[in-house]
Design a protein around this ligand. Structure first.
Ligand code: GUN
Length: 292
C-alpha cells in the first residue's frame, strides 16, 4: 500500500509556484493578487480562508481578505463583487461557501467575472470544463487529478466510482475522470444518497473517490482488493483527547481499509492540503490571463 502524501505534494506545488512568482517579479511583473470574501464566523470557513491568505503570502502573492458579518445583505455582497470585477489589481476572487441562508449562492457565483473565478464555480467555467475549453478547475477535483498525475496512477479504462454528487467535488471529478485527458479515460459511476446497495457499486471500483462528509462510512468490505482510494471527507468530530476538542475524520475507515488498497489518501494530509495549492495555481493562471 502506498500512501498518497498530499502534504508533500502540496509543498512541491507551492515551491514551483513560488519560483514562478519570483521569476515574474524579477522580470518587473506584478505579484498575482487573490481577493477572498468570507461571510460569518463559522470556525471551519474562517480557518480555510485564513489558510488560503497565509498560503498566498508564502508563495509571494498579494491577498485581500474581506470579512462580513452574517447579517450582510445580498445587495451589499453583490455590490462588492461587482467592484472587484472592475478592479484590475485583483486577478482572482473567491467567496467562501457555504453562505448564510438569506443569500442566494448561485446569484453570487453568477455575478462574479468568470475570468476571476479561481474556484471554478461560475457556470461559464463549469461549462468550459465539460466541453474541454480553457477554464479554472475547482480546487479539490483539480487536486485529486494532480495527485493521480504525480503518482502516475493509471486511470485509462479503469472503473472509477465516485460517491457524492456535489457541485464542488463529486460532479466535477466524475466529469474530469471520464474525459479523454490524463488523468481520465475512466468508466465512471456516480453514487449518491438514493443509490440502492452502495457497497455493490463501491466493491467494483478500481478507483474509489468518496466525498460525502459522513465519517468512516466506507468500510473494508466495501472496497476491492488493490483499489486506489481517494478520501475527500474532512469532518470535525469531537475528541476529548485533543487539546482543541476535535479531530478530522475522513469518509473512509482508513484503519481497516488501508491494507486492502494499492494507494490511499490519509485524513488529514491527503486531498485537503492540495486544495489550497490548486487555488494558488488557478490564481497564478488568472494573473497570466490563461483563461481569458
Ligand atoms: N467551501 C468548501 N470548499 C470550498 C472551496 O473550494 N471554495 C470555496 N470558496 N468555498 C468552499
Amino acid at each position: 500500500m502506498i500512501l498518497l502524501d498530499g502534504k508533500k505534494t502540496s509543498e512541491a506545488i507551492q515551491s514551483e509556484i513560488a519560483a514562478e512568482v519570483a521569476q515574474i517579479k524579477a522580470e518587473g511583473g506584478k505579484a498575482p493578487h487573490l481577493a477572498a470574501i468570507l461571510v460569518g464566523n463559522d470556525g471551519g470557513s474562517m480557518t480555510y480562508v485564513n489558510n488560503k491568505v497565509l498560503a498566498c503570502e508564502r508563495v509571494g502573492f498579494e491577498s485581500t481578505l474581506i470579512h462580513y458579518d452574517t447579517e450582510v445583505t445580498e445587495e451589499e455582497l453583490l455590490a462588492k463583487i461587482k467592484e472587484i470585477n472592475q478592479d484590475d489589481t485583483v486577478d482572482g476572487l473567491i467567496v467562501q461557501l457555504p453562505l448564510p441562508k438569506h443569500i442566494n449562492a448561485n446569484r453570487v457565483l453568477e455575478v462574479m467575472d468568470y475570468k476571476k473565478d479561481v474556484d471554478g464555480f461560475h457556470p461559464v467555467n463549469v461549462g468550459h470544463m465539460v466541453v474541454g475549453l480553457p477554464s479554472y478547475l475547482p480546487a479539490t477535483p483539480y487536486g485529486i487529478m494532480e495527485l493521480l498525475d504525480r503518482y502516475k496512477i493509471e486511470t485509462k479504462g479503469k472503473h472509477c466510482v465516485v460517491v457524492g454528487r456535489s457541485n464542488i467535488v463529486g460532479l466535477p471529478v466524475s466529469i474530469l475522470m471520464s474525459k479523454c485527458t490524463f488523468p481520465g479515460d475512466a468508466t465512471v459511476t456516480i453514487c449518491h444518497r438514493h443509490t440502492v446497495d452502495l457497497a455493490s457499486h463501491t466493491r467494483q471500483a478500481d478507483i474509489l473517490i468518496v466525498a460525502v462528509g459522513q465519517p468512516l462510512m466506507i468500510k473494508a468490505d466495501m472496497v476491492k482488493e488493490g483499489a486506489v482510494v481517494i478520501d475527500v471527507g474532512t469532518t470535525r468530530v469531537p475528541d476529548a483527547t485533543r487539546e482543541r476538542g476535535w479531530r478530522l475524520r475522513g469518509d473512509v475507515d482508513f484503519d481497516n481499509v488501508a491494507s486492502k488498497c494499492s494507494y490511499i489518501t490519509p485524513v488529514p494530509g491527503g486531498v485537503g492540503p492540495l486544495t489550497i495549492s490548486m487555488l494558488l495555481k488557478n490564481t497564478l493562471r488568472a494573473a497570466k490571463k490563461e483563461v481569458h
